[in-house]
Ligand binder design. Structure first.
Ligand code: SF4
Length: 375
C-alpha cells in the first residue's frame, strides 16, 4: 500500500492546475501541519501491522514546508515502515539546503514541476519566466536524489512538434533522469484555464513524443513517463500500489472497495483534527466491477497487467472478470496477450493515456465541485 501526504500550499495559482491548492502563508501552514500530524498519527496507529512501501508527498508545493515534510516522513519511519519516498517540488523554490534535508530524510525521488523547459513558453501558461541557467541549477540541486523527475505539459497552446522535440532534447541534456509528459487537462479553478487541446492534436503530439523518445534511447515506463536508465518510482504511484491512503486536506484514498476524500476546507480539516474527528467529507463505495476496471486501468497505465496479480486480487481471471473489455482491447490491437500478462501495444498507448486523462479529469471535477460546495 502507498501513503499519500497532501501539502496544499503554493506561491502561484497556475491556470492549468488540476490539484487542490491555496496561497501559501506561514500562518496558514502552521495549524495545517499540526492537524496533518494528528491525522497521520491516527492513520498509523489504526493501521498497525500494515506496511507502507511508498510515501508520496504531493501538492501544492511540499517544499514550501520542507522541514514539516521531513518530520512527517520521520514519523512514518518511526512506526516501522520501510519505504521509498517521493516529493514534489517547484523549480522556483528548490535549493541545495532543501534537497539536503529531503535526502537526509530518506527521499529518493524529487519531482520538479517544470511544465516547460522553454523560458518564453512559461508566461503563456501563467507562470513567471525562469532562465535556462536557473532551471539547470534547480535540476542539478535535485540530482542528489536517486531519481529526478521533471513534469512537462503536452498540448500547451501553440506547442508544435518542434517545440516538443526541444522539450525532449532539453530533458535529455539535463541531469534529470525521468520525464513525465502529461496531457493538459481542464483546470480545477473556475474561469482560469488554458484553451483545451483537441483529441486529434493531442494524439499527434503524443505519438510524436513517444517515437522521438524511443529514438533518443529513452525507455517508456508508463503511458506518460520516460527514463534514461532503469526506471525508479514514477509519478503514477497507483501503478505499483493501486491501493493508497491519503492524509491532508483534500487527500484522496482508495482502499478495498472504497474511494474517499478528506475535506478541502482547511478550517474544517483543522477543526476535525482538534476534535479528534475524521476529516473524510466524501466517500463512494465501488462495485466489484468498478474495482476491477480501476485496477486494470492503473496497471495498464504502467503498460502491463499481470494476470496472476489480477486473479490473486479478485479471485478470478481477468478474461472472466472483464470479458468485453479484454476481448475488445485484443481485437482492436490495443492489447497483446503475452502469456503471463496483457501488455499495451503502441496502438493502445494513446487509448490508455486517454482513459487515464478521463479518470484524472473526473477526479478533478469532483474536487472542483467539493471545493465550491464547501466540503
Ligand atoms: S501547478 Fe504546481 S505550482 Fe502551480 S498551482 Fe498547481 S500545484 Fe501549485
Amino acid at each position: 500500500m502507498a501513503l499519500y501526504i497532501h501539502v496544499p500550499f503554493c506561491t502561484m495559482m497556475c491556470p492549468f492546475c488540476i490539484f487542490f491548492s491555496v496561497p501559501y502563508s506561514r500562518d496558514r501552514a502552521r495549524p495545517y501541519f499540526k492537524a496533518l500530524t494528528g491525522e497521520l498519527e491516527g492513520v498509523l496507529s489504526r493501521l498497525e501491522g500494515a506496511s507502507f512501501r511508498e510515501v508520496y508527498v504531493g501538492g501544492g508545493t511540499p517544499t514550501l514546508a520542507t522541514e514539516e515534510v521531513c518530520e512527517a516522513l520521520d514519523l512514518v519511519r518511526s512506526m516501522g515502515h520501510r519505504f521509498e519516498a517521493s516529493v514534489e517540488a517547484s523549480p522556483y523554490d528548490i535549493d541545495d539546503h532543501k534537497v539536503s534535508q529531503l535526502v537526509s530524510a530518506g527521499v529518493t525521488r524529487i519531482s520538479l514541476g517544470v511544465q516547460s523547459f522553454r523560458p518564453d513558453a512559461l508566461p503563456r501558461i501563467g507562470r513567471p519566466r525562469i532562465s535556462k541557467e536557473g532551471l539547470r541549477a534547480a535540476i542539478e540541486a535535485c540530482s542528489r536524489a536517486r531519481t529526478v523527475n521533471v513534469d512537462v505539459l503536452l498540448g500547451l497552446p501553440g506547442q508544435g512538434r518542434r517545440d516538443l522535440e526541444l522539450e525532449l532534447e532539453a530533458f535529455y541534456e539535463s541531469k534529470a533522469n525521468q520525464l513525465t509528459l502529461y496531457p493538459l487537462m481542464p483546470s480545477i479553478r473556475e474561469g482560469a484555464t488554458l484553451p483545451p487541446v483537441s483529441e486529434r492534436r493531442e494524439r499527434g503530439l503524443y505519438y510524436f513524443a513517444v517515437d522521438r523518445a524511443k529514438t533518443m534511447g529513452l525507455s517508456q515506463d508508463t503511458v506518460w513517463s520516460f527514463s534514461k536508465g532503469p526506471s525508479g518510482l514514477s509519478d503514477e504511484y497507483i501503478v505499483d500500489f493501486n491501493l493508497f491512503i491519503g492524509v491532508g486536506a483534500g487527500a484522496m484514498s482508495h482502499v478495498e472497495g472504497l474511494f474517499y476524500a478528506n475535506t478541502f476546507n482547511l478550517r474544517k480539516y483543522e477543526d476535525a483534527a482538534a476534535k479528534g474527528r475524521s476529516p473524510v467529507a466524501l466517500a463512494r463505495r465501488l462495485s466489484p466491477g468498478e474495482e476491477q476496471r480501476l485496477y486494470a486501468l492503473y496497471k495498464l497505465c504502467g503498460l502491463r497487467l499481470p494476470k496472476r496479480g489480477f486473479r490473486r486480487r479478485f479471485g478470478k481471471p481477468v478474461y472472466l472478470a472483464m470479458p468485453r473489455e479484454v476481448m475488445a482491447g485484443l481485437a482492436l490491437g490495443l492489447l497483446r496477450d503475452r502469456g503471463e500478462e496483457l501488455v499495451v501495444t503502441r496502438r493502445g498507448l494513446y487509448a490508455i493515456s486517454y482513459l487515464m486523462k478521463a479518470f484524472y479529469v473526473k477526479i478533478s471535477q469532483i474536487r472542483a465541485i467539493a471545493i465550491r460546495k464547501g466540503f
